[in-house]
Ligand binder design. Structure first.
Ligand code: THU
Length: 146
């Protein structure tokens, strides 16, 4: 992936972030998922008055892509901003549930870009770094492909 492609993915995530439905936390999060097909699928967090049904931006993006028949993925950009407590600042690293969700569909070297709220800078990491010693499909189905 070129630097320009990475920056573009972050910008797509930022556009999605602006559409987030986050009336309870005030944390707007956006994600942009690059499939191996070359298509990009975006998602944002969707909160709920009952809290538990809340869906993160990352899983929103994956679910859209999976519905379109995509099964292989190359990279994900994540970006967030806390509109209630901006001083909380920091980066929105994927939550544990999203890391496990990705483990189902992505290789260990899957690229994750975690951007600052302006989308100007990002950290790059692998899924393996975010979910070491993870439990994946090969542990259930005996696949050696990961
Ligand atoms: N959130 C995400 O969308 N992705 C993450 O990986 C971290 C958390 C959302 C969920 C909730 O709507 C808000 O951020 C505050 O937790």
């Amino acid at each position: 992936m070129t630097e320009k492609e990475k920056r573009d993915l972050v910008l797509r995530a930022r556009e999605a972030m602006l559409l987030a439905y986050a009336p309870y936390s005030g944390c707007r999060v956006g994600a942009a998922l690059l499939a191996e097909s070359g298509k990009i699928y975006t998602g944002f967090n969707i909160e709920n008055a009952s809290f538990t049904p809340t869906v993160c931006a990352e899983r929103s993006a994956f679910i859209r892509a999976l519905h379109e028949g995509e099964r292989k993925f190359s990279a994900l950009a994540v970006i967030g901003e806390n509109t209630v407590l901006p001083e909380a600042g920091g980066l929105f690293y994927p939550c544990g549930v999203c890391r496990q969700f990705m483990r189902e569909f992505c290789p260990l070297d899957f690229t994750i870009l975690v951007a600052d709220s302006a989308g100007e800078r990002f950290e790059e990491m692998t899924l393996d770094a975010l979910l070491p010693h993870g439990f994946g499909p090969e542990n259930v189905k005996g696949e050696k492909s990961k």
